[in-house]
Design a protein around this ligand. Structure first.
Ligand code: GLN
Length: 304
């Protein structure tokens, strides 16, 4: 397997040139766009790596499934469904533009920014610091890595410049989808996006979702039902508007982040973590997607 991963990276390294680093969070531009690393952890806990698999990067949107998970664990499915939908576009079959006059729960899903920001309000905790701490602890537990922490510079950078997310959050407030103080909710979201992880961490987290909530120790951290819920949402919305292509060419639930990470879940079989920060126009890692396409072909990973 190590050799297969090496070969895949060698084949896909050229695609790092097809993409660009995320620039709207200034701090993310300080990264080397040519890095590429991968980790696979199997259901028997065999761990394989190649390339820059131990480089740490900020999880960004790859933390969204865990925000959804904690909201489900804290409040249950009914309350989560009352706040956010599960549709990838949230538009009717004959829609031709975005001229909706209202923002409704069925327009947002947990894998886009608005949905993830809204879900931060459902995490239990007296304060937003406490909510974030509980989220970080859950991430650490899933990755079996108590050292995971935030990148203070990326966090401050996004907090300073995150006008679009600020606008989204105020829209959510205006339409009654969040009731707490917008800046506090955003602070929790920005911190969550700034959690540092390596490809190994992502692969281990992905494996817990692949094993439907079961840690390698045998502990069931969350119910199978929640794993099914999250994997299903990831299948349709995890790679943004690249989710259709990804379903065709890779065929497993996955989540990307603008830090360059992708976490891919092969139900019952393996967790995969990839890092390569040069992104395509949709905000997904170019070389990361190509590597997953090859790996999926080689190991017949598609669930379809
Ligand atoms: N922190 C980023 C943002 O909110 C996360 C987006 C992403 O990774 N796609 O814009």
């Amino acid at each position: 397997m190590n050799q297969l991963l090496e070969n895949i990276l060698e084949n896909c390294r050229k695609y790092t040139k097809d993409g660009k680093l995320a620039s709207y969070i200034p701090e993310l531009q300080k990264t080397d766009p040519e890095k590429l690393g991968i980790c696979v952890v199997t259901d028997e806990n065999a761990l394989y790596t190649a390339g820059d698999s131990d480089i740490r990067f900020t999880m960004q949107s790859a933390i969204k499934p865990i925000i959804l998970l904690l909201a489900l664990m804290d409040r249950g499915e009914e309350e989560v469904r009352k706040l956010v939908g599960v549709e990838s576009t949230g538009k009717p079959f004959d829609a031709f533009n975005y001229s909706d006059q209202a923002l409704k729960r069925e327009h947002i899903n947990p894998m886009i920014n608005a949905g993830a920001i809204a879900l931060c309000t459902l995490i239990d905790g007296e304060t937003y610091d406490e909510k974030f701490d509980r989220l970080l602890k859950l991430v650490q537990k899933l990755a079996n890595n108590p050292k995971m922490e935030i990148d203070e510079n990326v966090y401050q950078s996004e907090k300073r410049t995150g006008s679009k997310n600020r606008a989204l959050a105020y829209m959510l407030q205006a339409y009654g989808l969040i009731h707490d103080q917008v800046e506090q909710v955003l602070d929790c979201y920005f911190k969550a996006c700034s959690v540092l992880a390596s490809s190994v961490d992502l692969a281990k987290i992905a494996l817990v979702f692949a094993k439907k909530g079961k840690l390698s120790s045998g502990e069931q951290v969350f119910s199978k039902e929640y794993a099914k819920y999250i994997n299903a949402v990831l299948m349709t919305c995890g790679m943004y508007d690249g989710s259709g292509e990804f379903a065709l060419n890779v065929g497993v639930p996955a989540k990307s982040g603008v830090g360059g990470g992708i976490m891919a879940i092969v139900p019952n079989r393996m967790g995969i973590g990839i890092y390569s920060p040069a992104l395509d126009s949709k905000g997904n890692s170019c070389a990361g997607i190509k590597s997953l396409e090859l790996l999926s072909k080689e190991l017949d990973l598609s669930i379809f």
